[in-house]
Design a protein around this ligand. Structure first.
Ligand SMILES: Nc1ncnc2c1ncn2[C@@H]1O[C@H](COP(=O)(O)OS(=O)(=O)O)[C@@H](OP(=O)(O)O)[C@H]1O
Ligand SMILES: [Mg+2]
Ligand SMILES: [Mg+2]
Ligand SMILES: [Mg+2]
Length: 352
């Protein structure tokens, strides 16, 4: 790790590891009243809040001046009705911050087992994720549980962290506790961390931070390519993906998977293309849902654009602005998918 973000990468991997430890251990103990429905009708669990508290606390210790754009905020927990939930979140966050995780633990940078924190300190840590984003300076993005619906189903979800500098993603770290380490031998166990630093490649580690394996997206043909797509039809258009599959003579059915685990699978050669077209409800994509995935796929040799072929703009604030969808794929596949997407969009326009 001899690049200029070596310390950031070490801290980010350690923070994601601690958060993954928390989310996988809370899953089996989750009870009914530990999930809330947010204003936009999406779920949030004690795991999401506690994982954001853990990551934000570790970042604050190592880089106190860095702003954070985090998905969750603590306002529902500060209200009297949120007290039971809050107590549980504080307990979980402190468990994760003080746990002995072995390999990779270190007393430097505050990433090793630390001291317990007060409720106020942890709520403040969650709320430090309120930065509005923007075009200038350093900022971190945290999605403490991406794919909360997948997490609740016991399927794929991801703990996602990125460092953006002057609107460019420089570092991405994604933890996937339920993803098989070796896709060709899923029975050999799950739990991976993916990490990428701009200009320095992408790699997969085990959940304990060992066995770094470089990632390079292989070439694909219509027979070996298929789409990775969201599970929820409301999050991206399944029918549009089917149309593109038929234009490109793709014969393998799409793989549905929650979270940025889709970007991780793409980066290690599973699938071949991630296509996420808007469903037309005016939803704006959030930067924390794409920033680490973008640098990971680009560093594995792939390309990430919107449906116009433009790069995603991480300098617009907490969202990516007007939603033109996302196309991520290896280099050759990306140009074929982009051409097919534009053909399909033109057909639709011609019909109106
Ligand atoms: N309407 C709409 N359109 C597009 N995207 C939306 C929408 N609503 C929510 N979200 C965001 O989708 C994130 C999960 O995306 P996924 O690809 O994992 O979806 S799915 O779980 O596979 O269905 C999910 O991330 P998490 O909240 O972290 O789970 C949301 O940020
Ligand atoms: Mg959410
Ligand atoms: Mg998300
Ligand atoms: Mg989330």
């Amino acid at each position: 790790m001899s690049h200029s973000y070596a310390i950031e990468e070490q801290v980010a991997v350690a923070a994601v590891r601690r958060a993954c430890h928390l989310t996988s251990s809370v899953f089996n103990r989750l009870v009914k009243n530990e999930t809330l429905t947010k204003g936009d009708k999406s779920p949030v669990t004690v795991g999401d809040y506690a994982a954001q508290a853990v990551i934000s606390s570790i970042l604050h210790h190592a880089f106190p001046g860095d702003p954070i754009v985090g998905e969750e905020d603590a306002s529902d927990l500060r209200a009297e009705e949120g007290r039971v939930l809050k107590d549980r979140i504080i307990e979980l966050a402190n468990e994760a911050l003080t746990a002995e995780l072995g390999l990779g633990d270190s007393t430097t940078w505050g990433i090793g087992p630390g001291q317990e924190k007060s409720a106020e300190e942890l709520l403040d840590a969650i709320d430090r994720g309120n930065h509005p984003g923007g075009r200038e300076g350093r900022m971190w993005t945290i999605d403490p549980i991406d794919g909360t619906k997948g997490f609740l189903r016991g399927e794929q979800y991801a703990v996602c962290l990125s460092l953006i500098v002057d609107a460019k993603v420089q570092l991405g770290v994604i933890g996937c506790p339920n993803l098989p380490v070796d896709p060709s031998a899923p029975e050999n166990g799950t739990g991976c961390i993916f990490t990428a630093v701009r200009g320095h490649g992408a790699q997969q580690l085990t959940l304990n931070g060992s066995n770094p394996t470089p990632l390079v997206i292989p070439q694909t043909t219509p027979e070996t390519l298929n789409f990775l797509e969201s599970v929820e039809a409301a999050h991206s258009s399944h029918s549009f993906n089917d149309r593109i599959s038929s234009i490109l003579n793709i014969t393998r059915p799409s793989t549905r998977m929650d979270s940025q685990a889709k970007y991780c699978c793409l980066a290690r050669g599973e699938g071949g293309a991630y296509l996420r077209m808007p469903t037309g409800v005016g939803y704006r994509e959030k930067i924390w849902d794409h920033a680490p995935g973008q640098v990971l796929v680009e560093e594995a040799g792939g390309v990430v654009t919107d449906s116009r072929g433009e790069p995603l703009d991480f300098g617009l604030g907490r969202t990516l602005g007007e939603n033109f969808g996302v196309i991520a794929a290896g280099k050759g596949a990306h140009s074929r998918v982009l051409a097919a997407v534009q053909e399909a969009l033109n057909e639709t326009k011609a019909k109106v």
